[in-house]
Design a binder for this molecule. Structure first.
Ligand SMILES: Nc1ncnc2c1ncn2[C@@H]1O[C@H](COP(=O)(O)OP(=O)(O)O)[C@@H](O)[C@H]1O
Ligand SMILES: [Mg+2]
Length: 499
């Protein structure tokens, strides 16, 4: 196989030589050069070329500036001048057709690829090397067989030190002191390593806390270990289209200072984390559609009022950062200088953890599965990989979910009122029509309901809100039942506090 490739390369050079000596025309030279490219198209039918550059290969869309530049440069090498623009265009057109109709389909990846056994991470370095991680360890691969593409803004990961430890990351993170013990550390490490797995569902990491608690810094640090980018934190977008562009151009989607999240945007974030597809997919082309079903790790910060968004919270890890003690606060420059020094060792620790957790994963069996069951298993694999005390990850995850759940109830107008109202009933049980429930709640809420524009105005609205909040209430220990009764088939509700 190798022999054949070498011979054909030699043949190609001979052909170019002959063309050059015999005064072959520009078209023939360009065609001979384009034979150096391996052409293929992606499942969403984008034409790609894998081209030799120095000792490595690079993958570029045929219609990209980079590919045209490569062709021009190779032509320049041969002729010491640029090709005629019309001829270049024509050649590109022909190459495009060959990639589409005369070449095979191949998948091209962004930053992370692989399966349950082997993960490839694109280092994005000038030599186009990548890292392969399996349960046996990790290694740098100089001549990858997996094809990666590069989007604008992607930055290289560090070349990992031979040895390192994820513990070296700890001093850079401003986490709550150990109460409950190290919960946030466990969750962050599980999230960070899960973000380097090729498939989700990925939990959404939400960093909370006041101004100056290090939310943006933490988000940047975590990003640097997964998918560094010239724009590490995007400004919030509210639009599915922006979100999709973000997901197309980087592996990790990270947004800074996101204040409020609307229902649609929240749904899109959920779709991105679990791969459900966006709600507005009709607007987009087929190529875009492929992205819609993509799953991406998501990192958000700065949301104070996230939410009535129960389904977002179900998929999220909420890590709330404490104030940075004045004497501990570092100027950004100092912090980053220190991080740069530790960076290759920390990254090495991340890869080591990833590798060991891959080894543990198949042996992890859970009796009960939370909403993000796959992530829960991964977290337990990390626990075993890093020797955390047994059971600590799941305990931390459950505490986090419960806190998120309480927050979802608290954040809604209706939640706290329902909780109190039902608790004030005999045997903590309420039964009646939804109209009666609305009335009872209104009376109980008193002035609280008056100025609140989210307060339900009709039994129908109450029904909708209840259904949305129902998940959280049930998790919070409430039993809710709906049924119809009597000739009028009146809507009935019962809410009961159990346990
Ligand atoms: N772990 C840390 N240790 C020391 N100083 C930190 C740490 N994290 C952040 N800082 C410093 O705190 C300041 C505020 O950080 P920033 O990330 O902008 O906070 P936020 O986004 O929450 O407002 C910055 O000057 C940053 O250098
Ligand atoms: Mg900030």
């Amino acid at each position: 196989m190798k022999k054949k490739r070498r011979r054909s390369k030699a043949q190609r050079f001979a052909a170019l030589d002959e063309l050059n000596q015999g005064g072959g025309n520009d078209e023939e030279i360009l065609t001979a050069i384009s034979d150096e490219a391996i052409l293929f198209h992606t499942p969403s039918r984008e034409s790609f070329a894998s081209v030799p550059v120095g000792k490595h290969r690079e993958n570029w869309p045929v219609q990209s500036k980079e590919f045209a530049l490569w062709l021009t440069k190779r032509f320049f090498d041969e002729r010491h001048r640029a090709p005629n623009p019309a001829l270049l265009r024509e050649t590109l057109y022909q190459i495009d057709a060959r990639a589409q109709f005369g070449a095979r389909e191949e998948e091209v990846f962004l930053r992370v690829a692989g399966d349950a056994r082997k993960i490839s991470v694109d280092l994005c370095d000038p030599q186009w090397r990548l890292i392969e991680v399996s349960r046996r360890g990790w290694k740098i691969v100089a001549r990858p067989t997996v094809r990666f593409r590069r989007a604008p803004g992607m930055l290289p990961l560090p070349s990992p030190s031979p040895r390192g430890s994820i513990e070296e990351l700890r001093p850079f993170l401003n986490l709550r002191p150990a109460c409950p013990p190290a919960d946030d550390w466990y969750l962050l490490i599980a999230w960070l390593t899960a973000a380097l797995r090729p498939r989700g569902p990925y939990p959404i990491l939400i960093l909370g806390g006041e101004q100056g608690t290090g939310k943006s810094t933490t988000a940047r640090l975590l990003r640097a270990l997964i998918d560094p980018n010239t724009v590490p934190l995007r400004r919030p977008t509210r639009d599915e289209r922006d979100l999709m562009i973000a997901a197309g151009n980087s592996w990790l989607v990270s947004m800074d200072n996101l204040s409020r999240i609307g229902t649609r945007f929240s749904d899109s974030l959920c779709a991105l984390s679990t791969g459900g597809g966006f709600s507005t997919r009709k607007l987009f082309s087929d190529a875009d559609e492929a992205l819609f079903s993509a799953q991406r790790p998501v990192l958000l910060n700065g949301i104070d009022d996230l939410a009535e968004r129960g389904d977002l919270l179900d998929r999220s890890l909420l890590v709330s950062l404490p104030r940075v003690a004045e004497r501990k606060r570092l100027a950004e420059e100092t912090l980053w200088r220190r991080f740069e020094k530790a960076y290759p060792a920390i990254f090495s620790g991340v890869l080591e953890t990833l590798s060991r957790a891959l080894g543990e994963l198949s042996r992890v069996r859970l009796r009960t599965l939370p909403r993000m069951a796959d992530f829960a298993r991964w977290g337990v694999a990390c626990e075993r990989a890093l020797g955390w005390p047994e059971g600590t990850f799941l305990a931390a995850y459950e505490r986090n979910l419960r806190a998120a759940n309480d927050q979802a109830i608290e954040a809604s107008s209706l939640g706290p009122v329902i909780v109190e109202y039902v608790a004030s009933q005999p045997r903590s049980r309420w039964v009646g029509t939804s109209g009666e429930l609305l009335e009872g709640l209104l009376q109980h809420a008193g002035r609280r309901a008056g100025g609140d524009r989210h307060w339900p105005r009709s039994p129908q609205q109450l029904g909708q809100l209840l259904r949305r909040l129902g998940v959280n209430l049930r998790r919070g220990g409430f039993e809710i039942r709906y049924w119809r009764q009597g000739k009028q088939s009146t809507r009935m509700v019962s809410i009961r506090k159990v346990g």
